[in-house]
Design a protein around this ligand. Structure first.
Ligand code: ADP
Length: 289
C-alpha cells in the first residue's frame, strides 16, 4: 500500500478538449493542477458538466489529456492502468445477474487467470471487507441497491489497487442508504489504506467523507478552491451535528455559488453566518440533500 503523504496522483497544467473529427467541440477542463497524496480521500464536486467525471477518467487513463502531464505512482497514467494501480466504481454497479455475488467479485481475478484456490481466498476476503460474507451464493437481483454497490466496491478492490476511483457511486441510492454507505466506505478506506478519488453532487457526502474537497466551476471546468476537511475520524452520525461540519458544508456551498469566503472579510463572514443559520433550519427540517 502507498506510503502516507507521498504524492500518488499529480496533474500539472492539464487541459482536456473533446474533438469531433478535427473540430474542437467542448473544452471540458482547463489549467488543472492537483496533487493527491497517498491515503487521502479527495472529493471532486461542482455543477453538472464542470468536468468531474472527465477529471476522474483522465486520472484513470480512460481518456487522455489534450495537454499537460498526469503522473500516477511516479509513472504515466497509462502505465499505472497497465499495472492495475486503479480500481473503479461507477454509479451503476454493473453486476452480471447470472453469476453469483462471489463469482461477480472474482470475475477480474478469473480474467487474469488466478487459480481457483487463490480466487476463492481473495473473494472471501473481499466479501468479509464489505460485510457480505453471507451473500456469496446469492445473485445480484436478490440484493438491495446499497448491497449491490458494496459488491462493486469489493470487485474493484480485488486486485488491491493503490487508488480507488469512484464516480457518483451512491448517486442512485436513497438518502438513508447513502448515509450508511458513506460510513461503510469510510471504514473500508481506513481499513485498506487505499487512496480514494470520489466524484459527487452531494455537499454533505463530500464533507463527511473527504480529507479534501476540490470545488470545480464550469465552462471550462477549473478548480475554484480546495478545502481541507479537518473533522476528526472516524466520522459518524454525531459528526453531522457538529458546528465544524455545518461550517464546512457552508464553506463548500458558498464556494460553489461563487461566493468564496475570504478570511477576515466582514461581509463574507455575515453571509456565512446567514448561510449557517439557514442550513441549520434546513437540517432541522430534515431536508439537506
Ligand atoms: P461532470 O462529470 O462534471 O458532469 P463531464 O466530465 O461528464 O462533467 O463533462 C464535462 C464536459 O465535457 C461536458 O460539457 C460534457 O458534455 C463534455 N464531454 C464529456 N465527455 C465527452 C465526450 N466523450 N465527447 C464530447 N464531449 C464530452
Amino acid at each position: 500500500m502507498t506510503e502516507q503523504g507521498a504524492a500518488v496522483v499529480q496533474l500539472s497544467g492539464v487541459d482536456k478538449t473533446f474533438f469531433r473529427g478535427d473540430q474542437p467541440v467542448t473544452t471540458a477542463l482547463q489549467g488543472i493542477d492537483l496533487s493527491i497524496r497517498g491515503r487521502e480521500f479527495v472529493s471532486l464536486i461542482g455543477p453538472s458538466g464542470c468536468g468531474k467525471s472527465t477529471l476522474l477518467r483522465l486520472i484513470g487513463d480512460l481518456v487522455g489529456p489534450t495537454s499537460g502531464k498526469i503522473v500516477v505512482n511516479g509513472k504515466p497514467a497509462s502505465q499505472a492502468r497497465r499495472d492495475r494501480d486503479y480500481g473503479m466504481v461507477f454509479q451503476a454497479p454493473v453486476l452480471f445477474d447470472w453469476r453469483t455475488i462471489a463469482d461477480n467479485v472474482g470475475l477480474p481475478l478469473e480474467v487474469m487467470g488466478y487459480d481457483a484456490t487463490r480466487r476463492t481466498t481473495r473473494t472471501k476476503e473481499m466479501l468479509d471487507l464489505v460485510e457480505l460474507s453471507d451473500f456469496g451464493h446469492h445473485h445480484p437481483w436478490q440484493l438491495s441497491g446499497g448491497m449491490q454497490q458494496r459488491v462493486a466496491i469489493a470487485r474493484a478492490l480485488a486486485f488491491e489497487p493503490s487508488i480507488l476511483l469512484m464516480d457518483e457511486p451512491f448517486g442512485a441510492l436513497d438518502e438513508m442508504t447513502r448515509e450508511r454507505m458513506n460510513q461503510e466506505v469510510q471504514r473500508i478506506w481506513q481499513q485498506t489504506g487505499t487512496t480514494i478519488v470520489f466524484v459527487t453532487h452531494s455537499i454533505p457526502e463530500a464533507v463527511f467523507l473527504s480529507s479534501r474537497v476540490v470545488v470545480m466551476s464550469a465552462r471550462p471546468g477549473r478548480i475554484t478552491k480546495v478545502i481541507d476537511i479537518d473533522l476528526p475520524r472516524p466520522r459518524n452520525d454525531d459528526t453531522r451535528e457538529t458546528e465544524r461540519y455545518f461550517e464546512l458544508v457552508t464553506e463548500v456551498r458558498e464556494v460553489l455559488r461563487g461566493r468564496g469566503v475570504a478570511p477576515g472579510d466582514p461581509d463574507a463572514a455575515a453571509a456565512d453566518g446567514d448561510a449557517l443559520a439557514s442550513l441549520r433550519r434546513t437540517q432541522a427540517e430534515g431536508a439537506v440533500g
